[in-house]
Design a protein around this ligand. Structure first.
Ligand code: GBH
Length: 459
């Protein structure tokens, strides 16, 4: 059996932020409680065949009803910070008009419980659960959705901003736009590339408008950022065709998101690639000033890297599997060095960017020993995965990247989108029959590694 990784992660300073993350639809359940209306994920998950096993988030981890216990659990893990998301249709049913007091009350109580336990709340405003009414009006491909998002951001930040000082506007706009509107494996399940490209721009616009509205209502020291999952691309060979494919994949997977927010413009090569594919970013005068407003940090979610080659058709790129890399249960390839390369590359190409790893983690088929309160989950593979990726963050820091924290995905097993409940990313096990939570060995390791880092003199 593999030994537990050591607790000392080189390169992480004493004030490094250690946290865990979740999102609303993946854990809350209570989908029709206290005035919440459906989001695109309610509709999508109840579409037969859309989700593995036809699973849905109606109950999920029942976190809406178990929140105080879950916060106590989190406190027991000794982490500094908790990243959660707000359900837009809970806070503002239908996506328009006044706030729903009962919906906001839930997050108000969550924040107070966290602060009472000494845990810093990090609030994500949009982790993919668009109110269904706004999708019915056209969704993110429509410009109006960006304005609706800014209104919602102001409602949420206005209520919580006296206590929540860390705000993330969007989680992974790539997934919202491309998986939701182009590939169709995520809500709302559309398959329209041009619409997806419009969605990219309107997500960015919504972000920029929201940054301004949040800053207007949250007193200093508000920290406002956005979370991306930028592709980390390597060319399959040095051939001109593969180098061109890698450039294109990097443009569509990383720079189309990073450049407008961090440089205030879209990359010209991406604009040209899109034009060849018959798509266009619907940029209007002034949009890029709004989108390029300074952020305080960028959140980076990292799971996999991509080796890319030229495809058969001109302009086609293909992802080349790397059989020598071990895989998780997804099965996604494990490549910690990709995290180092991604973080150092961002710090080189976008100088001065403060980063937090807002998600990293893995699904594995956990072995559960015993049951009930005496149960034990020795998830050595997840523990090693987290340790190897934290070490990768340490190396990026030593190479000069300003990475200030790491949030494990996820605090607990939850609704893994199109994969349903069969894939478990938690550092805490959830028994979906009883809703019992059991911290896994990885949670204990993370707690001890965080403690070891805090005990060290600054580096
Ligand atoms: C995150 O997205 C989400 O923010 C979170 O809600 C989710 O639970 C978590 O990840 C785990 O999935 O097939 O090898 O090419 C992750 C986005 C997009 C990352 C698809 C992996 C495909 C890998 N993912 N990508 S591969």
């Amino acid at each position: 059996p593999q030994p537990l990784p050591g607790l000392t992660v080189p390169g992480l300073p004493a004030d490094f932020v250690w946290g865990a993350a979740t999102s609303a639809y993946q854990i809350e359940g209570a989908v029709d409680v206290d005035g919440r209306t459906p989001s695109i994920w309610d509709t999508f998950s109840h579409t037969p065949g859309a989700i593995e096993g036809d699973d849905h988030g109606d109950v999920a981890c029942d976190h809406y009803h178990r929140m105080p216990d879950d916060v106590r659990l989190l406190a027991g893990l000794g982490l500094d910070a908790y990243r959660f998301s707000l359900s837009w249709p809970r806070v503002q049913p239908g996506g328009r008009g006044p706030a729903n007091a009962k919906g906001l009350d839930f997050y108000d109580r969550l924040v107070d419980e966290l602060l009472a336990q000494g845990i810093t709340p990090w609030a994500t405003l949009y982790h993919w659960d668009l109110p269904q009414e706004l999708e019915d009006a056209g969704g993110w491909p429509e410009r109006d959705t960006a304005y609706r998002f800014a209104d919602y951001a102001e409602l949420a930040a206005g209520r919580l901003g006296d206590r929540v000082h860390h705000w993330i506007t969007l989680n992974e706009p790539f997934c919202s736009a491309i998986l939701g509107y182009h590939i169709g494996c995520h809500a709302p399940g559309r398959k329209d590339f041009r619409a997806a490209v419009r969605a990219v721009h309107h997500l960015h616009l919504g972000h920029g408008l929201a940054v301004e509205r949040i800053r207007a209502v949250v007193p200093t020291p508000a920290q406002v950022g956005i979370t991306f999952n930028p592709a980390q691309v390597y060319p399959a060979s040095d051939s001109p065709a593969d180098l061109a494919a890698a450039r294109q994949a990097d443009g569509m997977g990383a720079r189309i998101y990073l450049d407008p927010v961090l440089r205030g413009r879209y990359p010209q090569d991406v604009v040209e690639d899109l034009a060849r594919l018959g798509a266009e970013l619907p940029v209007e005068a002034g949009d890029l000033e709004v989108i390029g407003r300074p952020v305080d940090f960028v959140g980076i979610n990292y799971y996999v890297s991509d080796v890319v080659a030229a495809g058969g058709e001109p302009g086609e790129t293909v992802r080349v599997p790397q059989p020598d890399r071990p895989v998780t249960a997804m099965p996604w390839e494990i490549h910690p060095q990709g995290m180092t390369d991604l973080l150092t590359r961002i710090s080189r190409d976008y100088p001065g960017t403060a980063m937090y790893v807002t998600e990293n983690g893995a699904a594995f088929d956990d072995s559960v020993y015993g049951s009930g309160a005496g149960g034990r989950i020795e998830d050595i593979d997840r523990t090693v995965y987290l340790a190897d990726h934290l070490a990768a963050v340490g190396r990026a820091r030593e190479a000069g990247a300003d990475v200030r924290g790491f949030f494990a995905w996820s605090l607990m097993d939850n609704f893994e989108w199109a994969y349903g409940y069969g894939k478990r990313f938690g550092i805490v096990h959830v028994d979906y029959e009883t809703q019992m939570r059991t911290p896994k060995q990885s949670a204990e390791w993370l707690r001890d590694a965080a403690n070891a880092a805090r005990g060290r003199q600054g580096s």
